[in-house]
Design a protein. Structure first.
Length: 382
């Protein structure tokens, strides 16, 4: 039985963790942490949990929680975990962080984009970027998947929603040298749950309904995360090795170049009037000699055995409705011969594969379970 604590359990990502973990026979949620609702019944906040969760919300005392659980999920604002985590906590339990505090290996890049001081830079190198389809071996600490052996990894940086769909859509083409990495453009759309549960005027119904709007144009904080991970893929290409992104990032850290081979992209997010979903349309110039057949083969090579990545092939494109409520990522592409650009479209549920589902996937790997455990539910429709 894996004992779990969730800090931020009353946010959208935290509630999704509860939904995914509560039915499991091998998991017990012993701590429903919430900064705003301490002492209130969890099911009074989320009525869908009535007669399912009887517990009251507790505080966010990580020091006390670490003595009671095997893993802590932190679905908290940027800067929170870095401000409270310690070596003592990590010596007692594993932490899977759904915020961005440990995703970026260069502390200066983090502070530049997030506009806050990083309070635990000494732990950045230890954190593993938890994009399972790319860093599975590093997450498992080199141990076989599904054999019950617990990984030695203590801290997981769970990737963001925009970044997951964007990186997975582009990674095979960068890694196999099929595109000019200086020409990458990502145009992405998100449902409003991606903005969190806090009351904000721009996210009110009347502000969002019957409209679509870009935001954080050229300044969105997921930009350097996409660039860094694709930079590791580019390094692997240039240096002729086939290591995981985490292995490559370790080499960069040793050589004081934590950001990978520099890749600069244009990333523009948009808010659309739906509850869930991310759709990322990615553009790049296809290098001479490569065809649509080569692109299809690249995706098959990298993802052909991945359960959670569904390759739609050439000319068929994903829709957010076909991934809603699931941990799947759907990817389709086409090659525009007129402009010699490849267009890759990826879709996922931002609350599941873009947050809580991916965190559970990481937990499964850390504890030697089947990676798909508790995550095989089909998408919801209608």
């Amino acid at each position: 039985m894996i004992k779990v604590g969730i800090i931020g359990s009353t946010g959208y990502a935290g509630q999704e963790l509860v939904r995914l973990l509560q039915p499991r026979k091998d998991v017990e949620i012993v701590w429903f942490g919430s900064h705003s609702y301490v002492g209130q019944k969890y099911s009074d906040i989320y009525g869908n949990m009535f007669k399912i969760v009887e517990a009251d919300c507790l505080d966010d005392n990580l020091d006390e929680l670490a003595d009671q659980v095997d893993v802590i999920f932190t679905a908290t604002p940027q800067g929170y975990l870095a401000g409270v985590i310690s070596e003592e906590i990590l010596s007692k339990t594993k932490v899977i962080d759904i915020s961005a505090d440990f995703r970026l290996k260069d502390v200066n890049v983090y502070e530049e984009w997030y506009k806050i001081e990083h309070k635990a830079p000494q732990l950045i190198d230890e954190a593993i970027y938890g994009l399972c389809e790319i860093n599975r071996e590093a997450i498992r600490g080199g141990k076989p998947v599904g054999n019950g052996e617990v990984s030695d990894v203590r801290l997981i940086a769970n990737p963001g929603c925009y970044t997951t769909t964007s990186i997975l859509s582009l990674y095979p083409l960068v890694k196999q040298g099929m595109i000019d990495p200086t020409t990458i453009i990502v145009d992405a759309k998100s449902g409003t749950s991606g903005a969190g549960r806090g009351a904000k005027v721009p996210n009110l119904y009347c502000e969002v309904n019957e409209s679509i709007k870009p935001y954080a144009v050229a300044t969105h904080r997921h930009t350097p995360e996409i660039e860094e991970q694709l930079g590791y893929a580019r390094f692997a290409l240039v240096n002729g090795n086939d290591r995981t992104n985490s292995a490559v990032s370790d080499e960069f850290a040793e050589n004081n170049n934590p950001g990978g081979d520099p890749i600069t992209i244009n990333f523009t997010p948009h808010l659309v009037p739906m509850n869930r979903g991310i759709l990322s349309t990615c553009y790049a110039t296809l290098l001479p000699g490569f065809t649509a057949e080569d692109v299809a083969e690249a995706f098959k090579t990298e993802y052909g055995n991945e359960y959670f990545i569904r390759l739609l092939g050439e000319g068929r494109f994903p829709e957010t409705r076909w991934v809603e409520g699931s941990n799947f990522v759907d990817i389709g592409f086409t090659v525009d011969k007129r402009t010699n650009r490849v267009i890759v479209v990826g879709a996922l549920d931002n609350v599941v594969k873009g947050a809580a589902g991916q965190a559970v996937q990481n937990m499964n790997l850390l504890f030697g379970l089947e990676e798909t455990e508790g995550l095989t539910m089909p998408p919801l429709f209608p």
